[in-house]
Design a protein around this ligand. Structure first.
Ligand code: ATP
Ligand code: MG
Length: 362
């Protein structure tokens, strides 16, 4: 493959993955993956456990070789390039810090191996520790740090050699919820400041939606959808993506008369205006819980009778579970100030804007 021309108008792909597959005995861990990541992107790989995320990172880093396909980084085909010669670094989930070295020693390690001369190395280590706000901890050993601090040292170490591409495997998995949220912001801030291309693996959809500029959703070794966070969340292309990326109400059925879905086990529900599918087509209608409105009085237009099964208070938000007359369960999310106007076991009317729902055919 020819290296791409670097021009002002063509966004340059830093990473091109073309039809890459990798099997372990009978397991197709990565199956026919093609992907292009531009320079400077914060890209997330999102998918359930065992779907092949780590294997894909290891293929990019060169710790595994593809059975078929090509990986091109910065215009150079990587199949014959060993891991240590690739402009890539990987931050492992376990952080893998050296316990016998202090923080500065950990960050300096790769630079020393590279033979970087002392003064430049010290300067680089100081710069990296400042970047992750760990300059006051340079002499501590890993066991004297909190989980979040270790995570930051691992990030500093991974960035010290200034890779063009940094692969991060579940970088926030070891942190508690609050620290995860703070660190998520730090990570995006650091990435924006240094401009290094990040590929972050996660199985946490909120994390992917909150951090990444683009997301690839993986299932069973394959990429099933790629897009920006709002594309993936608001316009999922399949039942799998709709269900994996956030909570969803699904109505299964077929397209009926008057742009209505003849739903199995439920009364007909309206399809979005733009859905122009032939009558009889089997489809699912996906509706996010935050699009459902509850009313005591029947509103004009489409509405469905239901009973409130439970109201789950979560602070600012509440989740209301509803049972329709036909016995289908629906989930509605709303501010707690709205949910508090309703009571358990009481009848309500459920409605939504038809255009807020998404029609799925796969
Ligand atoms: N070295 C190996 N030998 C055999 N099978 C492997 C090997 N590495 C991974 N696999 C299998 O390949 C599949 C994908 O594994 P991978 O580690 O890439 O998943 P993952 O998406 O990173 O999952 P998780 O979210 O749990 O980390 C799994 O079925 C796994 O058991
Ligand atoms: Mg993994």
């Amino acid at each position: 493959m020819e290296p791409r021309q670097i021009g002002l108008l063509t966004p340059v792909a830093l990473l091109e993955i073309n039809n890459v597959s990798k099997r372990f005995a009978a397991v197709p861990a990565v199956h026919d993956v093609s992907l292009s990541v531009a320079s400077g992107e914060f890209f997330a790989l999102l998918g359930p456990s065992g779907c092949g995320k780590t294997t894909l990172l290891r293929l990019i880093a060169g710790f595994e070789m593809p059975d078929t396909g090509h990986i091109v980084i910065d215009g150079v085909e990587m199949n014959a390039v060993p891991p240590y010669r690739r402009p890539v670094n990987m931050m492992f989930q376990s952080y893998a810090l050296f316990p016998h070295l202090d923080v500065a020693g950990n960050v300096a390690f790769g630079l020393k191996q590279e033979g970087m001369e002392r003064r430049r190395r010290d300067a680089r280590v100081a710069e990296m520790l400042a970047l992750v706000q760990m300059q006051d901890y340079a002499r501590r050993r890993p066991h004297e740090l909190s989980g979040g601090q270790r995570q930051r040292v691992a990030l500093a170490r991974a960035l010290a050699k200034m890779p063009k591409l940094l692969l991060l495997d579940e970088p926030l998995a070891a942190l508690d919820r609050k620290l995860r949220e703070e660190t998520r912001l730090e990570l995006t801030g650091i990435q924006q400041r240094i401009g290094t291309t990040f590929i972050v693996v996660t199985h946490d959809q909120e994390e992917a939606l909150g951090m990444a500029s683009r997301i690839a959703v993986m299932n069973r070794g394959a990429i099933v959808q790629t897009g920006g966070p709002t594309d993936i969340y608001e316009r999922p292309n399949s039942r799998f993506v709709a269900g994996f990326v956030g909570a969803v109400n699904l109505f299964e059925g077929e397209v009926g008369a008057g742009n209505m879905l003849q739903a199995a086990g439920n009364e007909p529900v309206p399809l979005p205006d733009r859905a122009s599918l032939a009558e009889g087509t089997p489809v699912a209608l996906a509706l996010r819980p935050e699009h459902i409105r509850l009313m005591r009085e029947r509103p004009p237009g489409f509405a469905m009778a239901a009973t409130i099964a439970s109201i789950g208070y979560q602070g600012s938000q509440s989740t209301v579970h509803l049972a329709t007359v036909q016995g289908k369960t629906l989930r509605a999310d709303m501010p707690s100030s709205v949910a508090s106007r309703f009571e358990r076991d009481k009848p309500v009317w459920v409605s939504w804007e038809p255009d807020d729902a998404v029609v799925l055919t796969t």
